[in-house]
Design a protein around this ligand. Sequence first.
Ligand SMILES: [Zn+2]
Length: 92
Amino acid sequence: MTGLDLVRQVFPDVKDDEADYLLWNHTCFPLPPVSDTTAEDGWVTQLKEYKKAYENLKPGEKLCTCCNNVAVDTSAFRLCLKCKKTLSGERK
Ligand SMILES: [Zn+2]
């Protein structure tokens, strides 16, 4: 089973280039997830989490560039509050 096959378990109709993007940008592929599952199951779980977050967006909302939270910073590099604080060096 290829990485693209794994993506198609969650996004059945996705094109090859989109599947490639999803695999490399919304999973930890090619690294194994930190969990007790197999790498393949972990990547599928990460894709399912991304899909759920994406489908729950309200009109005008976008996802954080770094995680599946809703972005609060709508500049080109969209960040959620948690990632914005982390990347700026704030502790809380
Ligand atoms: Zn984030």
